[in-house]
Design a protein around this ligand. Structure first.
Ligand code: PPE
Length: 309
């Protein structure tokens, strides 16, 4: 896990404030009850020397959908948050960055009912390298099926990138890391493969790629990018439920996510996946994914929002 390297400014309710001054009160509602929603977005330095945010509008649209699911208002429009994100990158002179917009129920009353507490919004940017470790992108990660089920849509709703949802992810992640693994694989409450603590899951058999249906997962932006890309490259992609024993026997398993990008999985529950390293299809998709985010594949130019400073 990368430490946080401060950058000069954080966007806080419409103003760029110095990193150290972006503070909130300890009685903030969101801190007590997890009442907030956020995004994780990446900006990349492109081959032409410019920088660009990957699928900015799609991420911000999902953020407003999270607000809707949680029945918490978002004080800003998609356009306003897209502009604020670009302003924050420019103010911090970030060539590449991980971007974290977050809205939360602020300071006012306490008690479960959010009442008329304000909704505060921040956008922070910082440098975040390979999420699951430097070697993960090449060699793949070791994964353990969690003893915790992924949240059921009638308990918490996984389509919202809600702060409180991440307690489920933290439980699973801490268990996996304490047991010596890199990441946890979570099953849904019916026992089907759901997602990892911060990534969607794909399996490959021959030329067929399977990923879990939307039922119990966050609708990953990168999941969507990988599906589109894989289909364009001629692979068959099926969104269907599968079980962990099917996953054990896959030729390849990989994760997609903003932070994790396209990360191969080399071992699950002490069973080696395929050849025990990044498989050919995973490597192919990973290489093409990096070409897209670096702006060298004109077909997907629409996914990039360039900025200069
Ligand atoms: N599932 C979960 C539970 C999840 O948190 C993420 C993103 C995904 C799937 C993939 O979604 P997308 O990034 O849109 O392709 N996890 C974010 C947070 C990671 C963190 O540790 O914080 C991320 O990758 O930014």
């Amino acid at each position: 896990m990368a430490g946080l390297e401060p950058t000069p400014f954080i966007w806080f309710d419409g103003k760029l404030v110095p990193w150290d001054e972006a503070k909130i009160h300890v009685l903030t509602h969101g801190l007590h009850y997890g009442t907030g929603y956020f995004e994780g977005i990446r900006a990349y330095k492109c081959a032409n020397g410019q920088s660009a945010v990957f699928r900015l509008r799609d991420h911000i649209t999902r953020m407003l959908n999270s607000a809707k699911i949680l029945a918490l208002p978002c004080p800003y429009t998609v356009d306003e948050l897209c502009k604020a994100t670009l302003d924050t990158l420019v103010a911090n002179k970030m060539e590449s960055a991980y971007i974290r917009p977050l809205s939360f129920v602020g300071y006012g009353g306490l008690g479960v009912y959010p009442g008329d507490n304000p909704i505060n919004t921040i956008i922070a940017v910082w440098s975040w390298g390979a999420y699951l470790g430097k070697e993960a992108l090449d060699l793949g990660v070791r994964v353990k099926t969690s003893s915790f089920s992924r949240i059921h849509p009638n308990t918490l709703m996984g389509k919202a990138k809600a702060c409180g949802n991440y307690v489920n992810s933290v439980l699973a992640k801490v268990e996996a890391v304490q047991d010596g693994y890199d990441e946890a694989l979570m099953l849904d409450t019916n026992g089907f493969v759901s997602e990892a603590t911060g990534e969607n899951v794909f399996i490959v058999r021959g030329k067929t790629i399977k990923t879990t249906p939307l039922t119990s997962i966050l609708e990953g932006i990168n999941r969507g990018s990988v599906i589109t890309l894989a289909k364009d490259l001629g692979y068959e992609v099926v969104e269907t439920q599968f079980t962990r024993d099917e996953l054990y026997c896959a030729d390849e398993v990989f994760f997609s996510g903003t932070a994790a990008e396209v990360t191969p999985v080399r071992e699950v529950d002490r069973r080696t996946i395929g050849k025990g390293r990044a498989g050919d299809v995973t490597k192919h998709l990973q290489q093409e994914f990096f070409k897209i985010v670096q702006g060298t594949n004109p077909k997907y130019q629409d996914w990039l929002t360039p900025y200069t400073f």
